[in-house]
Design a protein around this ligand. Sequence first.
Ligand code: ADP
Length: 488
Amino acid sequence: MSTMTPRKKTNPKNSFDINSIRTIMLLYFFTFAAVLIMLIWCLQTFFMDHYFEQMKVQETEHTASLLKKEFLTDSSEFKELALTASESSDIFIRVDTPQGTSVFESGAYFKPSTIAYDYETSTARERLGNGKKSSISLVANDTKKESRKLIYATYIGDTPSNNILYIVAPLYPVKSTISILRIQLKYISFIALIVSALLALFIAKRLSQPIKDITSSAVEMSHGNYNVKFNGGMFTETNELARTLNTASYEMQKTDSYQRDLIANVSHDLKTPLTMIKSYAEMINDISGDNPEKRKEHLHVIITEADRLNKLVSDMLSASKIQSNSLELNKEIFDLVEVAEEIATTYTVLNEQDGYHIRFSKCKPSYVYGDKEKMKQVLSNFISNAVKYCGDDRVIHIDLKRVGKKIRVDVIDHGDGIASDELAHVWERYYRTSANRNRSIEGSGLGLSIVKGILVLHNANYGVKSKVGQGSDFWFEMDTVKKPIEEK
Ligand code: ADP
């Protein structure tokens, strides 16, 4: 039965919700983009000079080490390398003797004649001479060109008596580069923020769409529509959720249809005997009240129907107890062979006059630990079903045998049998096979579900083998226990 729940008011589609995926995504992406841009701005503005200088010093050191090697080994190679380097990197290279006389110079940018250059190179030479280092680098402002330059000086060889190599490299691109970068950065910042917003909206949509779909399907389901399908979209997590909800809705659909069936079955099963009882009571009242013979006959029908009603109600009770796991067992040790024989005998006596042949084959006494009355119910159900559904030969076999430490009971008939696709369902509540549903054979479809519940509680194995047209074999197996010591 589905209960109606009031529809929850959801937010209007376009209203602003601070906790929505869209807003949170937007905030996160914006913050991320803003932090990134700020970081780039800081690096560009404050650390560009420093990085550029570092880079230039490294580059110059590398060129110097190449030049030193060539100067010491091959002077023509050295000249060629120096000319190429000063042309490609726009640097000035000069080699001085320890006395300060120039022996080589190349490069047009910083002419040796400029005062600044001479001043700086002499400062470099001085520092090189004072310190213990074999090379020094210093940065100086070039007043004429309004830019800065790097002056690098190193000894060619290991001792101060060697020649000195000077490399003067311009640092002029820094300022202009920074201003170009700043303009570019403005555009980049703007584009990055727009792209991050679009990306946030796109991802939020992709993410929230399946959740919205699942929510609307869940609302549908809460109104009793269990046919609704949950769609999880492209994400594994939402797909998993959708799959779980689909299973839940399938289970709820099953329960719902069970409940409908239950009400239909219960009403039908209760109505038939009640109608009979009422009609026969009326007949006694109107017709047979004074006729003892007829009255007895009619009263017999009433008693039979009342018994049927009683059995049906107690079956329903057992079935619902099993369903709610509240069926309690009164366990004791008893001989299952003896109990089976007792039940078989009642059926033998009952049915012999109707032409039934109940063949009982037993094994040695086998003790089991269980609820004797409930196990009687199991045996009765198997045998009464075999009687109800047996074939024209009206032969029923009840076989008891020992299989290792277990006792196995088979109740076999040669009736119409059960189709293979229905075999598993016969243990379900209210299930009647399609072959028997419309026949006049009396039955509620509860018996085997109760049997299953009882056998499961006893940890017994059970099952059915059946072939259409050949008959059925309903069986169960229980562990045997030692015979209890009888009290004297
Ligand atoms: P019912 O009261 O209808 O017999 P059960 O739960 O005992 O209820 O059995 C369920 C269904 O299983 C029956 O309606 C019948 O269709 C099928 N069934 C049970 N026992 C047999 C049998 N021995 N041969 C053929 N069909 C059987």
